[in-house]
Design a protein around this ligand. Structure first.
Ligand code: SF4
Length: 550
């Protein structure tokens, strides 16, 4: 006779209490983020920062107090105009890099040619921003260009290893000077002239109900189809990012040609692949099946020294053709998304097992994922989202990771992110296995130091609520996994934390990590309202008061 498990009423009461408290705590975090979102003052009408930059470029000049169409004139003592200065916001505000938008000042000389482009602020991670700030050729690329040419995004020089940040700045400048659609990676649409070689008689193009797929016509006669990768939502990453590919398909179902419209990869790879397709297009005349079934990309596209760009372009072509043949119900995912999903899923599964082998497997997997994907949740990211919104295109894996980090502890009382997913926690776990002799801090020191993560968390959020535009990524070591050793503070916290982990297990987690503190807040006393909940409530109330008063 089967025995039914009887769940006592008190068990259910405890479970409901736990969920109720979890919802309250998540709501407190949500309310703090909402207060942050509403407390953002726009200082775009305050030209103080522009005045400082104007004085650097026009020593002795005087900047007007009022702008005309966003341009502040800088004049000499005789009122002769020396030049102008303007900022990329508000046009650049919706153009997001890794974590948020960036803002620059554009200084024009008296002939309205660019004298300088200067950094103002960025919501991106400090390491990426630092890489961009140090790259002289990136900033010099606009010098001497006339104002009328600045709305042309063209093919900007991007900074390797900080391509999203540098790209968002380049797009922000183009947007400031009138270019539309800059919040898309490939804003330019294709034109009939670009496909003349494939369809010489084409005089019209029509949209189809399927995004990114067009028909081309001569009068009423249909000549074929054109597939546009960025409008189909097909992205396959090369060195720096995806490529924008156009494919022509004749009415006979054969490939009329493939064109590389744009690529986020650097030169000379981008030009090499563009030229190869233009002058020796290996796809032309092939059937779709030949391409999608082939295991050898070199049959169609071979450019020595540009293998990564070639792989991404070839992968894009194959995916576009696959979708053309079998319309999918959902857009294809960049390779990071399934990998991130796999990692998170495996982390949760391993989190349900308490044995040492699971711990080691999870740690190795997390470190590999951390190196490959560079995804770690952190306060800078969450504050950036609250302040600037989320770029859904870039942020989906990070959103999933954040959802797991926050929701699982709130509802289960278990912190799977820290125990099995966080690459930095995993690195500490493995290091603590290297040295057998463990240290223990004196009780008084342990008691004092364990408050540090909470204090750091409160300070970070307090400053953010007060509107301080600081690089909060500097308070945590996580961006090192993504950018390498660029910014000093994260590098120092990273190094010291990992060395300490050799002797003091999870030293950084226990005595330094504000993100860990926030997650602990969700898991502590799962079914009980505690002093920490009261403190968090007071914090949120004060944050909202600040939001109305400041
Ligand atoms: S406490 Fe911080 S470093 Fe440690 S595992 Fe959690 S998030 Fe990662």
């Amino acid at each position: 006779m089967s025995q039914r498990k009887i769940i006592s009423p008190s068990h259910w009461r405890r479970r409901w209490q736990r969920w109720g408290i979890g919802v309250c705590r998540l709501s407190l975090i949500g309310l703090a983020m909402a207060a942050l979102a509403f407390s953002q003052k726009t200082d775009e009408d305050d030209p103080t920062d522009l005045r400082v930059i104007a004085m650097q470029h026009f020593p002795g000049g005087l900047m007007d107090d009022q702008a005309e169409e966003g341009f502040y004139a800088v004049r000499d003592a005789e009122s002769t105009t020396l030049g102008w200065i303007t900022r990329s916001n508000p046009a650049a505000r919706s153009i997001l890099g890794y974590a948020g938008p960036s803002e620059v000042a554009i200084v024009l000389d008296a002939a309205r040619k660019v004298k300088s482009v200067d950094f103002l602020s960025s919501a991106d991670t400090a390491g990426h921003v630092e890489k961009v700030r140090r790259d002289v050729s990136f900033w010099q690329q606009w010098q001497g260009r006339g104002e009328a040419a600045l709305g042309d995004y063209g093919q900007p020089i991007l900074v390797s290893g900080a391509s999203l940040t540098s790209d968002s700045i380049a797009r922000g400048i183009a947007a400031r000077f009138g270019s539309e659609g800059m919040d898309r990676f490939f804003p330019d649409d294709w034109k009939l002239e670009q496909i003349k070689e494939w369809f010489p008689q084409a005089d019209r193009r029509d949209d189809t109900p399927r995004a990114g797929i067009f028909t081309v016509h001569q009068g009423e006669k249909m000549l074929g189809h054109v597939l546009h990768s960025s409008r189909m939502g097909v992205q396959e990453r090369g060195f720096q990012g995806s490529s924008d590919v156009l494919i022509g398909i004749g009415v006979d179902g054969r490939i009329a040609g493939v064109l590389l419209l744009g690529s986020r990869d650097n030169e000379p790879y981008r030009s090499d692949v563009t030229d190869e397709l233009r002058y020796d297009d290996g796809f032309r005349g092939r059937s779709i099946e030949e391409i999608t079934r082939s295991k050898d990309q070199s049959e169609f596209l071979l450019v020595s020294g540009a293998s990564t760009t070639v792989r991404s372009v070839y992968g894009t072509v194959v995916e576009m053709l696959r979708r053309w043949q079998q319309p999918p119900t959902s857009p294809a995912l960049p390779w990071q998304w399934p990998m991130a999903a796999l990692w998170i899923g495996a982390g949760i599964w391993l989190g349900t097992r308490g044995d040492k082998r699971s711990r080691v497997v999870a740690a190795l997997m997390s470190i590999a994922a951390g190196i490959a994907l560079g995804l770690l949740v952190g306060q800078d990211q969450w504050i950036g989202w609250a302040r600037h919104g989320i770029s859904w295109r870039n942020a989906l894996p990070m959103l999933a990771l954040s959802a797991v980090a926050l929701m699982v502890p709130a509802f289960t009382g278990k912190n799977f992110y820290c125990s099995r997913i966080c690459p930095h926690g995993a690195a500490q776990t493995l290091l603590s296995m290297v040295v057998k002799k463990r240290m223990a801090l004196p009780a008084w020191l342990h008691r004092s130091l364990q408050h540090l993560p909470w204090l750091t968390l409160l300070v970070i959020w307090g400053l953010a609520i007060l509107g301080w535009q600081l690089a909060f990524a500097h308070a945590e070591p996580f961006e090192i996994w993504n950018t390498g050793f660029i910014a000093f503070l994260p590098a120092a916290i990273f190094t010291i934390g990992l060395i300490a982990a050799l002797f003091l297990p999870q030293a950084y987690c226990h005595y330094g990590c504000p993100t860990g503190a926030l997650l602990k807040f969700l898991t502590h006393a799962p079914a009980r309202w505690t002093r920490r909940d009261s403190i968090a409530t007071v914090f949120v109330v004060v944050a909202w008061l600040v939001r109305f008063v400041v």
